[in-house]
Write a protein that binds this ligand. Structure first.
Ligand SMILES: [Zn+2]
Ligand SMILES: [Zn+2]
Length: 394
């Protein structure tokens, strides 16, 4: 089967699509135009398309001519509320919003893979389901509602890729734990307001919040096993109304990130009891809201081993770089909770400095050669699985 020609043809098309999406980014839960664009392209490949799956999700099914399993491939579609600081012709046309996480590239790549695979329908033993999900960047996220609306029904294995700023032609395919979980919390302290000259007649919520903020940083350093990574960040703090008034209320918001639910439980319990304890010390009351976000991303060993094999066949024996687990997060985790599968990183950094900025940087860009690499890998993953099953069944 000659794949080089269709992959380079559709890879070039992916570059055009990616630039279009890059110029018209949409934030989480607002991906109306992106979803419509995706839907139109998928329909033009002759696929059956469902839109509005769990919100703005788009699902398309490619039914092969032979019998076999159903494989799911996923891309995310949302951009970030970050201004685009790049200077290039495909710069974001939307003020304050840009594809700084490369999701435009993921969407374009999965479309290109769908185009290539649609041309190979006759060679497929089984089906491929293409999942385009909204709102990866913003909990509660777009993956969970898609799962709840049956996006994985009948699926035996799920795969997805994320571009990242390491060299084009390299990949990271971790086995097991890959990314941590991320939760958010809000703590409100209430006291008694009054005149700044008479603090003893009030109960100062600003002072209590300051004590609590410092104390919260002792949870990770004193109460969590030092060999278990965790971070607690208070990113927002506000209190009071005026410089000469005792603050009646204070509020802080932050995130907790760690690698396992057991560590989360410890942090959550300590954060809650510390908030109430410190509030009581200063005659305040505390209200704690703790929201669990995305679960950890855990790759299944057999799926990761398979993706590693496909990558080495396509890109060479030394293409797989090591990747330790990180405290980043991704709601691809919700798919992996339901089905075996693998999430992997594909290098998108080239000679241009913009392609070497970290994800979420206002100047982040992709080296577009990565789009052809990504297309080739997704096509390889689908063909390898569906062809091998067909052989077994024959
Ligand atoms: Zn991101
Ligand atoms: Zn991302």
């Amino acid at each position: 089967m000659n794949l080089a020609e269709p992959i380079s043809k559709w890879g070039a098309e992916a570059t055009r699509w990616r630039r279009h999406l890059h110029m018209h980014p949409e934030r989480s839960f607002q991906e109306h135009r992106t979803a419509a664009f995706v839907q139109e392209k998928l329909a033009s490949f002759g696929l059956e398309v469902r839109s509005g799956v769990g919100g703005l999700g788009v699902v398309a099914e490619l039914v092969g001519e032979g019998e076999g399993p159903v494989l799911a491939l996923r891309a995310d579609m949302d951009a970030l509320p970050i201004p685009d600081s790049k200077e290039c012709e495909y710069r974001s046309r939307v003020e304050g919003v840009t594809h700084a996480c490369g999701h435009d590239g993921h969407t374009a790549t999965l479309l290109a893979a769908a185009a290539v695979l649609s041309e190979l329908r006759g060679a497929l033993g089984g089906s491929i389901r293409f999942l385009f999900q909204p709102a990866e960047e913003t909990p509660p996220g777009g993956a969970r509602p898609m799962v709840e609306q049956g996006a994985l029904e009948g699926v035996s294995e799920v795969f997805g890729l994320h571009y990242a700023p390491f060299p084009v032609g390299k990949v990271c395919v971790p086995t097991g734990l890959m990314m941590g979980l991320v939760d958010t919390f809000t703590i409100r302290l209430r006291g008694v307001g009054g005149h700044a000259a008479y603090p003893h007649l009030g109960a100062d919520a600003a002072h209590g919040a300051a004590q609590l903020l410092v104390a919260l940083q002792s949870i990770v350093s004193r109460q969590v096993d030092p060999l278990r990574p965790a971070v607690l960040t208070v990113g927002q703090l506000s209190a009071g109304h005026n410089h000469n008034t005792i603050a009646e209320q204070a509020e802080m918001r932050g995130t907790v990130r760690c690698l396992t639910p057991a560590i989360r439980d410890t942090i959550r319990e300590r954060l809650t009891s510390m908030s109430h304890g410190i509030a009581a010390m200063f005659q305040l009351t505390a209200e704690v809201q703790y929201e669990e976000g995305y679960p950890p991303v855990v790759n299944h060993a057999a799926s990761a081993e398979y993706v590693g094999r496909v990558c080495r066949q396509a890109l060479g024996a030394d293409c797989v770089l090591p990747m330790p687990p990180s405290l980043a997060s991704d709601d691809f985790a919700c798919f992996l909770q339901q089905r075996p599968g693998c999430y992997f990183m594909v290098g998108s950094a080239g000679a241009d400095a913009a392609t070497q900025f970290p994800l979420h940087h206002p100047r982040f860009d992709l080296d577009e050669r990565a789009l052809t690499v990504g297309t080739r890998l997704l096509v390889g993953i689908a063909l390898g699985r569906l062809a091998s099953t067909r052989k077994q069944g024959a």
